[in-house]
Design a protein around this ligand. Structure first.
Ligand code: GRF
Length: 198
């Protein structure tokens, strides 16, 4: 039986769309959660007939209150995992420990290189020849938890932020559904910082 997941997004939601379109995800996207109204990811959820919820970050007095509201929404939907897809908020320790090894994130670099919001720009600025995509479990630190899968992407001489991010996103859209599908089938085992695929 498919597990139920929530996808959390803050923007255009192309990774959400890749998960929606995946032919054999093994997971039912029961809920899409956004931290602000009016984003394209919410339209994608609507078009796919998926329930959505907005938990507006600005309306909470603290990160802890925001995260506790997120927790309630996810619990209420009966989901077993939170899949972050371009979700631009840092989750607090309470939420992370309540969902230990059940929060996934996708990041546009080969972590631990270039954590944070501008991974693509930093890779260009640093002059690396290879960057990529990382899918990892979320822990208390930003872009830091155990790494589940990575895919490299070459940096081309004429790349700018847009062209490089576009090629990274092609890999993201292939990798995230594969990882979520393996996770949903119980094939991903965490052992400290190391993750095994079974
Ligand atoms: C992706 O590049 C992802 O790695 C990063 O934010 C971006 C979200 O893109 N965390 P989208 O909203 O899925 O199109």
């Amino acid at each position: 039986m498919n597990i139920k997941i929530a996808v959390l997004a803050s923007g255009s939601g192309t990774n959400l769309q890749a998960l929606i379109d995946a032919p054999d995800l093994g997971a039912e996207i029961s809920l899409v959660v956004s931290d602000r109204p009016g984003i394209v990811a919410l339209d994608r959820a609507h078009d796919a007939g998926i329930e959505s919820a907005v938990v507006p970050y600005g309306e909470y007095g603290s990160r802890a209150e925001f995260c506790s509201a997120l927790n309630e929404v996810a619990d209420g939907a009966g989901v077993e995992a939170l899949v972050l897809a371009g979700f631009m908020r840092v989750l607090d320790g309470g939420l992370v420990s309540a969902w230990k090894d059940r929060i996934l994130n996708i990041h546009p670099s080969l972590l631990p290189a270039f954590p944070g919001a501008d991974a693509v720009g930093q890779a260009l600025e640093h002059g690396v020849k290879v960057t990529g995509v990382t899918v990892h479990f979320v822990d208390e630190k930003v872009d830091h938890g155990p790494i589940i899968a990575q895919q490299s992407v070459p940096v081309l001489p004429d790349d700018d932020r847009e062209s490089l991010h576009a090629r990274i996103q092609i890999e993201e859209h292939a990798l995230y559904p594969r990882v979520v599908s393996a996770f949903a089938r119980g094939r991903i085992v965490v052992d400290g910082r190391r993750v095994r695929w079974e």
